[in-house]
Design a protein around this ligand. Structure first.
Ligand SMILES: [Zn+2]
Length: 245
């Protein structure tokens, strides 16, 4: 049983007995872990306060890989993102990001890039960027980093080059060419600008993606195809989405 230290984002908390708390962390160095913080509900000052969902913390814990629960000795808040907590819309988006992050990660599966993405998205929410745009960038990059990258450069079924009039199939995970449209009757026509925006967001640096100008039609199409793609590939309902505007 080794003592370990890592930065960690809090995904969920729930009470354990009268006095303690079980916290699901997404750590930078160990992936997703469960931690038990003993006595914190009666003596939060011992730990510098109660841990908050979507805060960034410095975590110290006893690593017990054979058990599901790790004993936490320290959970110091590094950033609680007060600008998000002061704003209902931003808070709802932050909770949505955390639910998606939880849905794509597995216990002890380290993914530093995903950790970095979540911190970038939370920081961006603290600024003056549109929450919707941050969400689209977060969704596209999260899909890429967790192995669900949609196929846009060629037909997802026959791998041939796309010649136009393509449709997006959420269930097959990409574009279908004219010959393969029968593979998914629910495939939807998409604007060229929607596909171009996804490719731009996949390939540009974070800051440039934040400043990408997306018109209203493309923004609404992007939101629709990304949410249906996420629902199908994560195979679960993302409950916090219904609180977004
Ligand atoms: Zn095809």
């Amino acid at each position: 049983m080794a003592i370990q230290k890592s930065e960690a984002i809090i995904l969920k908390t729930h009470g354990f007995r009268e006095t303690s708390l079980i916290v699901n962390f997404f750590t930078q160095d160990f992936g997703k872990i469960n931690g038990l913080i003993k006595g914190i509900r009666t003596q939060p000052q011992r730990y510098g306060g109660m841990p908050l969902v979507f805060s960034r913390n410095l975590l110290v814990f006893y690593d017990t890989p054979k058990r599901d629960l790790n004993l936490v000795t320290q959970c110091d808040a590094q950033d609680q993102f007060p600008a998000i907590r002061a704003d209902l819309e931003k808070s709802n988006y932050a909770k949505y990001f955390i639910e998606l992050l939880d849905a794509v990660t597995f216990a002890h599966d380290k993914n530093e890039k995903l950790f970095e993405l979540a911190i970038l998205a939370l920081k961006a929410l603290c600024g003056n960027f549109q929450s919707q745009q941050i969400a689209r960038i977060f969704e596209i990059r999260l899909l890429n980093l967790s192995g669900f990258k949609p196929r846009l450069d060629a037909c997802v079924h026959c791998q041939k080059e796309i010649t136009g009039q393509e449709k997006f199939s959420s269930s097959l995970g990409g574009i279908l060419c004219l010959r393969c449209l029968g593979q998914d009757k629910n495939a939807k026509a998409v604007l060229k600008g929607t596909l171009a925006s996804i490719e731009y967001i996949e390939n540009s640096i974070w800051k440039k993606a934040l400043y990408l100008k997306i018109n209203r039609n493309i923004a609404s199409e992007l939101a629709n195809i990304l949410s249906s793609f996420l629902d199908i590939h994560l195979d679960k309902e993302i409950k916090s989405r219904k609180f977004l505007i």
